[in-house]
Design a protein around this ligand. Structure first.
Ligand code: ATP
Ligand code: MG
Length: 173
C-alpha cells in the first residue's frame, strides 16, 4: 500500500470477552481454513478501501456526528459465504444495524467515498479459505453493540493488523 493511502473500514469490534469465547468454541470445532486472529474479530459495516491520508480528518469528524442506537447482536448461525469464508451470522438482524450501515453509507457518499454496491450482509468471519463446510451444531453468541470504530487495516509480517483510529458510542435505545 502506498504511504499516502490508508486501507480503512468501519466495523463493530467484537468485545474481548466474546472474542475469547468465540475463538475457544471455533478452535474446538476444527473448522477448515485459515483462522482469523482473536484480536481481529469484527463485523464490517462499511469497507472504504484505500483512502488518501488527507481524508482521515473528515472521516473522523463525519463519524463523530453519527447518532446510532445500541443493540443486542446475537450470532446464532454458522455459515459459509463467498469463497470459503466460515462465518457467524445473526438469524435475526436488529433494525439498528442496517440503519447504522445506511447512515454511514450516506455520510460517506457525501464525502465522495463510494462503497461496494453489494447489499449489506451481516457476518463475523471465523476462518478463510475453507474448502469444506462446517457440519457442527449452531453456536449462540451475543454482545451488546454500543460502539463502532474506524479501523486501519495494515499488513505486517505476522499477518494483518487492525489499528483502531476512532471509536464512537451508540446510544442506549
Ligand atoms: P487480508 O485481506 O490481508 O487477508 P483482511 O481481509 O482481514 O486481511 P482487509 O482485506 O483489509 O483485511 O479487510 C478488512 C475487512 O473489510 C474484512 O472484514 C474484509 O472482509 C472486509 N473487506 C475487504 N475487502 C472488501 C470489499 N471489497 N468489500 C467489502 N468488504 C471488504
Ligand atoms: Mg481481505
Amino acid at each position: 500500500m502506498s504511504e499516502e493511502s490508508l486501507r480503512l473500514f468501519f466495523a463493530l469490534p467484537c468485545p474481548p470477552e466474546q472474542a475469547t469465547a468465540i475463538c475457544a468454541w471455533r478452535d474446538g470445532q476444527a473448522l477448515d481454513g485459515r483462522p482469523v486472529a482473536e484480536a481481529n474479530l469484527h463485523m464490517t459495516l462499511a469497507f472504504l478501501g484505500a483512502q488518501p491520508k488527507e481524508r482521515l480528518e473528515a472521516l473522523l469528524t463525519m463519524a463523530s456526528g453519527i447518532e446510532g442506537t445500541a443493540f443486542d447482536l446475537r450470532l446464532d448461525r454458522l455459515t459459509t459465504i463467498g469463497k470459503g469464508f466460515i462465518c457467524l451470522q445473526p438469524s435475526t438482524t436488529p433494525q439498528a444495524l442496517p440503519k447504522l450501515v445506511a447512515t454511514l453509507a450516506e455520510h460517506l457518499a457525501a464525502l465522495g467515498v463510494v462503497l461496494d454496491s453489494r447489499p449489506f450482509l451481516p457476518h463475523l468471519t471465523l476462518s478463510r479459505q475453507a474448502r469444506s463446510r462446517p457440519q457442527k451444531p449452531s453456536p449462540d453468541f451475543n454482545w451488546y453493540a454500543d460502539r463502532f470504530v474506524l479501523y486501519r487495516s495494515r499488513n505486517a509480517e505476522d499477518g494483518v493488523h487492525y489499528d483502531e483510529l476512532g471509536s464512537w458510542p451508540l446510544s442506549a435505545p
